[in-house]
Design a protein around this ligand. Structure first.
Ligand code: CU
Length: 338
């Protein structure tokens, strides 16, 4: 009884330690899709079971080795007790694993179903795999590309086919994986809802010949606005006149969260009637708002501070963010607000 108590406590401690170890070695990359959350839950449950089984076996073995070893003055070299069968024990060690396995197949089926939930407003992308490339088509926009561009937080439905052998579409951060088969009868679908903006890589996860290992393509998950921007660029729908271009830029880059175009007070001064006016600065001086002043206010926002407004609030990285052309479009837009 004493041994059983000690072993139970040790098993619990080692289960916790083993699980902590499994969680902290970074077995899984970032979780970047809704489907990944489902899969990771399952993974984590497995980690617990693995930790427990590992501890149960190794603790009992190591404990027996140490505690039940032959002591120095022990002269008895006879055999141990001969045991032939124990029904209770056999039923227990059959039924417990059986229930565990059935439970996990239930969890597995449930998770699989959760990764296949279809949302009606999903973005359609047709994926073609070939030796050795990925190719993507957006039927709604008639865009073709070899980089997979995806908007964040919107489901995408990948309709996939291969032109030659079997490939497999896999972005580890999204967790879900799907074989891509040749032939019109074997078109496969995969549903993804990216949740983290960033750059990923789609790999081929099915050996498909010589350059299989290099069958990688970039996957770019971007904000909804950036995605729309990309679509507009691809379709040649970008505004061409500087004022509309500038308006688009200030909306996309969040300037309008602090600056109004209609005279309303905000975190920063309104842009209405700004150009050509005389602006009071916090050091008591005044300036006439011209193009040079506007440029400086955007790229070096902390040099000249408008009186009555806080310094160091406006982001100071716009010099790196905007090209010369974009800056002049923004200024053209501000100028137009008379
Ligand atoms: Cu392949």
């Amino acid at each position: 009884m004493k041994h059983l108590a000690i072993i139970s406590i040790l098993v619990i401690i080692f289960t916790l330690l083993a699980n902590y170890f499994l969680q902290s070695v970074g077995l899984l990359p970032v979780e970047a899709s809704e489907q990944a959350t489902v899969i990771d839950k399952l993974f984590n449950t497995h980690f617990w079971i693995i930790s427990f089984l590992f501890s149960l076996i190794s603790v009992v073995v190591v404990y027996s080795l140490i505690v039940f070893r032959r002591k120095g003055d022990d002269e008895d070299e006879g055999d141990g007790k001969y045991i032939t069968g124990n029904n209770t024990l056999e039923v227990v060690w059959t039924v417990i694993p059986l229930i565990t396995v059935i439970f996990f197949s239930f969890l597995g089926a449930k998770s699989l179903a959760a990764t296949k939930v279809i949302e009606p407003e999903a973005l359609n992308v047709n994926v073609t795999a070939g030796q050795w490339y990925w190719f993507f088509e957006y039927p709604d926009f008639e865009i073709k590309t070899d980089t997979l561009f995806l908007p964040v937080d919107r489901q995408v439905k990948l309709t996939m086919t291969s032109v030659d052998v079997i490939h497999s579409f896999w972005v580890p951060e999204f967790r879900v994986k799907q074989d891509v088969l040749p032939g019109d009868n074997f078109v496969k679908e995969l549903y993804l809802t990216p949740t983290v903006v960033g750059d990923y890589t789609v790999r081929c996860a099915e050996f498909c010949g010589g350059a299989h290992a290099y069958m990688n393509s970039p996957v770019k998950v971007m904000s909804k606005e950036k995605f729309q921007d990309w679509v507009d660029t691809e379709l040649g729908n970008q505004p061409k006149d500087p004022v509309s271009k500038g308006q688009k830029l200030v909306t996309q880059n969040g300037c309008v969260g602090c600056h109004s175009s209609d005279g309303k007070e905000g975190v920063g001064p309104t842009w209405k009637g700004l150009f050509g006016s005389t602006q009071k600065l916090s050091d008591g001086s005044t300036v006439t708002v011209d193009e040079e002043y506007l440029t400086n206010s955007i790229v070096k926002p902390n040099v000249q501070i408008v009186a009555g407004y806080p310094a160091n609030v406006m982001p100071s990285n716009y010099a790196d963010l905007f090209s010369q052309d974009e800056l002049s479009s923004i200024i053209a837009f501000i100028k137009s607000l008379q």
